[in-house]
Design a protein around this ligand. Sequence first.
Ligand SMILES: Cc1cc2nc3c(=O)[nH]c(=O)nc-3n(C[C@H](O)[C@H](O)[C@H](O)COP(=O)(O)O)c2cc1C
Length: 220
Amino acid sequence: MTGFQLITLKDILGAQDCMGATDDEGDVMPDVNNAVMEFLHTRRSRPAKLLQAPAPDREALKPILTAAARTPDHGKLEPWRFIVLEKPALDRLARAVDHCGAETGRSEEDIAKARQQFADSPLCVAVIEVQKPSEKIPAIEQTYSAGAVCLALLNAALASGWGANWLSGWPSHDCDFCQSALGLVDNERVAGFIHIGTASAVPPERPRPDIDAITTWLDT
Ligand SMILES: Cc1cc2nc3c(=O)[nH]c(=O)nc-3n(C[C@H](O)[C@H](O)[C@H](O)COP(=O)(O)O)c2cc1C
C-alpha cells in the first residue's frame, strides 16, 4: 500500500446524497452544448392570446413535464405538482372565473380578461407550489423552486417547438377559486399557469436587460 488513497464520490457527498450514483453516470465536467446556449439566448414566450390548437397531447407533454420536474429542489421535498388542464377543464375554469369574479365584486373587464385566459387556451399546465413541512428548508426556498419549475416547463415547451406563455392573473391568487375550481388545499397555491399550443403569429421582440447594469462583480 502506498500513500495513495482512492476518494470516491460517496466519500465526498456522503452516503445519502450519493444514492444511485454510479461511476458511469457521466463526465466530471458537462459537455459544451452550444445548441442549448443558442436556445437560451434567443428564447421568448409566445403570448397566450396567439396560442391555438393543436396543443401537445399527453404523450408529447410527458417529456416536457419530465424536463420541468428536473429542477433544483433543496432537500428533495418536491414542493410542486402539475395539474394539466385539457379543453373541457379549461371551459369549466372559464365558467368558474365568471362565478368567482361576480362573488368577489370584480369589474366586468377583470372578469372577462381572466375568463379569456382559460376559454381561449388550447392547453394549460397549472404549476402548483406544494409547501412541505421541513425544519431545514425555508418556505421561501420551496417557493423559488416552484418558480424555477415554471421556467423549466416554459423552456421545455418552447424547446419542443410549441408556443408557450407563463401567466398568472387574479384567479391564480384567489384562494376560493383555487380551492373550488382546482381542488387546491391549504399548503398549495398556483405558481403559474403555463399555456401551451401553436402560435398563430410571431410576437415582436421585447427589450432585454442590460447585463452590465444589473451585474456587480466582486473581486475583493
Ligand atoms: C410569475 C409571472 C406571472 C406572469 N403573469 C402574466 C400575466 O398574468 N399576464 C401577462 O400578460 N404576462 C404575465 N407574465 C409575463 C409573461 O410571461 C411574458 O410573456 C413574459 O415575461 C415574456 O417573457 P419571455 O419572452 O422572456 O419568455 C408573467 C410572468 C411571470 C414570471
